[in-house]
Write a protein of this length. Structure first.
Length: 196
C-alpha cells in the first residue's frame, strides 16, 4: 500500500507571483500593509504621502513618483496598464488626491490636483496644478490640461477662476490636504518597512 504525500499547503501551483519593485520611500510616508506595489521600475514615494489599503502602484511599464502629501485612495491604480513604445515616468505631484477607483496612466498629475472617483487619466495626458477631474470622467490620451482646469462630463472644461486668482484659496487647499493626511496617519496602520 503506497501512501501519496500530500501537497505542501505553502505551494500553490496556480498562484501568480508579483515582483516587488525597487522602492525609494520617505520614512514619513503612510503606506498600508495591504497596499499593492508591483513592478520592475522604481517607485518613489514622498514624505507624508498616503497609500491606502488596496491602492495599487504598478511600475511594470515605467517608474512612478508620488509627491509629498499626496493621497492614493482604495482601489485606485497608478501605473501604465500596458507597455508603450518608450516607457515614461508617471509623476504625481505634491498634494494630489487620487480618489477611490481612479486610474492614472498620465505622465504628469500637477500639484494639488484632485482626480475624482473612477476617473481615468489615459497614457500621455497631463494636468497642470490645482486641476479637478470630475468623478467617472476620462482625460483622453495625449490631452494636456492647463493649471486650474476643471474637467467634467463629456470632456467639457472650464477654468476655476477663484482658485486661479486667490492665493488664500490655494493655501487653504494645501492646508486642508495636510490636515487630511494627519487624520489618515492616525487611522491607517503603516508598514513602510515591508517595501524597503
Amino acid at each position: 500500500m503506497s501512501k501519496e504525500r500530500p501537497a505542501s499547503p505553502l505551494v500553490q501551483p496556480n498562484a501568480i507571483k508579483t515582483a516587488k519593485p525597487p522602492c525609494q520611500i520617505d520614512p514619513k510616508a503612510i503606506i498600508s500593509e495591504k497596499a499593492i506595489l508591483v513592478g520592475v521600475n522604481t517607485v518613489t514615494i514622498g514624505a507624508n504621502a498616503v497609500i491606502h489599503p488596496y491602492a495599487k502602484l504598478d511600475s511594470t511599464h515605467g517608474p512612478i513618483t508620488v509627491g509629498q502629501f499626496s493621497i492614493v485612495a482604495e482601489r485606485a491604480t497608478v501605473g501604465l496598464a500596458s507597455p508603450h513604445s518608450s516607457p515614461w515616468h508617471i509623476h504625481v505631484g505634491d498634494y494630489v488626491s487620487i480618489e477611490t477607483g481612479a486610474v492614472v496612466e498620465s505622465a504628469v498629475v500637477g500639484q494639488a490636483t484632485t482626480v475624482g472617483s473612477f476617473a481615468t487619466l489615459e497614457p500621455g495626458s497631463q494636468t497642470g496644478k490645482f486641476c479637478k477631474i470630475a468623478p467617472s470622467t476620462k482625460l483622453a490620451n495625449g490631452t494636456i490640461l492647463s493649471d486650474y482646469t476643471v474637467l467634467f462630463e463629456s470632456g467639457q472644461t472650464r477654468t476655476d477662476q477663484t482658485t486661479a486668482t486667490r492665493d488664500d484659496v490655494q493655501q487653504l487647499k494645501l492646508k486642508g490636504q495636510t490636515m487630511h493626511v494627519e487624520t489618515l496617519r492616525r487611522l491607517i496602520p503603516t508598514n513602510v518597512a515591508k517595501w524597503q
